[in-house]
Write a protein that binds this ligand. Structure first.
Ligand SMILES: [Zn+2]
Length: 467
């Protein structure tokens, strides 16, 4: 042996999409250097040995959908603190969106390239775990579709377009964006809801005086998501380009993706923990402030839709789970009291609870296997979003590791979370399993439940999607 290895994790159950086994795992230079049944020889000379007996070793979670906010003068720790929350939850790489309309400069509001430059500078020394960016396309920009090739070439091969909201792309530009991204080796992400159906329903509700938060949900019916998803599938098919459906929530939209995949459309789709663990019963709460916490788009759906999401994750119709983390605070960004529902900021936090929900509601209940979980939370997001060094426990990959105790029991409480929101929609939910330790490129970020990482250790990851 020429030199000692940095770390050997011994006796844990290593989980990969293809199977699980008791094995030792060695780390050298930030990468996984060996996975073998017994690495006692390497362990004898290693700088550090961790006994993982009774624990499960998962690849670090890759969350490809967050609206994590950058630091500002008033809140210099905003990005860092959400990256710490990610680490506590077992997420070792997250994608954030630059979020037009949340404090970016006038230049960044008009240009994707300017927005990318600004976002990179604002986040360059803040993160505790690895991170990347996907760009939100605003229809108010000067020529966002014309800029897509440049952003793909600069290592950002995904961008998200919206079919709704006042920064939407119209159908013609949406189709062109899907085609442009595909030709350049990128993948457009699409928020699929139909603007005509939703704008009409919202206007009708407001005209009737139905302004309470619960009318947010009733004015965004599943049908609006179904028809928009079907149109996106048709656009991808006609353009012969890949496309990614973000935050899919309903069975009709799932059917549209399933049918498209069956006829060869290169579609991928994600759902989110809130659609897997919560239902529209939340909108019946008589307390408007509680309802406002789940004013999200698409809204929470029926029990049948929730069950359909699990079926889709198990049968491959859905490819991955991501959080759509929005760290809004009830009294600050959400602006709940005294405003009609259409003025409440959309979104809910989730960066810290992805693995907890997916494991407890999925693996512990038997809806999916642990092997399927690491595909959905790590391998597939890394593959579809061009993070080739991430997502799988295999020789040569980054040593992003989660030591997970499946026997632990805990209750999710906002007071115990670390994100920059002030609530969780999962308050009081009992979950099985707990993150014990987390490593990013071989270095401990969480050790025995405590944060031991460093601000700025997290690296920006340039991405390239391979077919
Ligand atoms: Zn989003």
């Amino acid at each position: 042996m020429s030199h000692p290895v940095d770390l050997v994790v011994r006796g844990g159950t290593i989980v990969t999409p293809g199977g699980s086994s008791r094995a030792d795992l060695a780390v050298e230079g930030g990468r996984i250097s060996a996975i073998e049944p017994d690495l006692a020889g390497l362990a004898a000379g290693a700088r550090e040995v961790i006994d993982a007996t009774g624990l499960i070793v998962l690849p670090g979670i890759v969350d490809v959908h967050t609206h994590t906010r950058v630091a500002s003068d008033a809140e210099p720790d905003r990005f860092f603190q959400d990256s710490v929350a990610a680490a506590f939850g077992g997420t070792t790489t997250f994608l954030a969106f630059n979020n037009p309309g949340t404090g970016s400069s006038p230049a960044a509001e008009r240009s994707l390239v300017a927005g990318l430059t600004e976002w990179r500078a604002a986040t360059s020394s803040d993160a505790a775990v690895d991170y990347a960016v996907s760009l939100a396309i605003s229809g108010r920009m000067d020529d966002p579709v014309g800029e897509l090739a440049a952003i793909v070439d600069s290592g950002v091969p995904t961008a998200k377009a919206f079919m709704v909201f006042d920064f939407r792309l119209d159908n013609a530009r949406l189709f062109e964006a899907i085609r442009t991204m595909g030709r350049r080796g990128g993948r457009l992400e699409v928020h699929c809801e139909d603007p005509v159906l939703i704008d009409t329903a919202v206007a009708g509700a407001l005209a009737r005086g139905d302004t309470a938060p619960r009318f947010h949900a009733s004015s965004r019916p599943a049908l609006a998501e179904t028809v928009a998803t079907a149109r996106t599938m048709a656009f991808a098919e006609a353009a012969d380009a890949p496309v990614h459906v973000v935050h899919l929530s309903s069975s009709g939209a799932l059917e549209a993706v399933r049918a498209a995949k069956a006829r060869g459309v290169r579609a991928s789709a994600e759902t989110c923990p809130h659609y897997l663990a919560l239902t529209d019963a939340r909108y019946l709460d008589p307390d408007d402030a509680e309802v406002a916490k789940v004013v999200i788009s698409p809204p929470l759906r029926s029990v049948a839709d929730r069950d359909a999401m699990w079926t889709g994750l198990a049968d491959g119709s859905l490819d991955l789970v991501a959080t759509d983390h929005v760290p809004d605070r009830v009294a600050v960004e959400k602006r709940v009291s005294g405003v009609p529902f259409d003025k409440i900021s959309n979104g809910a936090p989730g960066i810290e609870t992805l693995l907890a929900i997916a494991w407890s509601e999925g693996v512990a209940t038997g809806r999916i296997t642990a092997e399927r979980l690491v595909e959905l939370l790590s391998a597939a997001p890394a593959r579809f979003f061009g993070l080739s060094s991430k997502g799988v426990l295999a020789r040569g990959r980054d040593a992003d590791l989660v030591l997970f105790d499946p026997a632990a029991r805990r209750t999710i409480r906002a007071a115990e979370l670390h994100h920059t929101s002030d609530y969780t929609a999962f308050e009081g939910l009992a979950v099985s399993g707990a993150v014990r330790s987390v490593f990013v490129r071989g270095r401990a970020v969480i050790r025995d439940g405590l944060f031991v990482g460093q601000r700025g250790y997290g690296q920006f990851v340039e991405r390239r999607i391979s077919d």
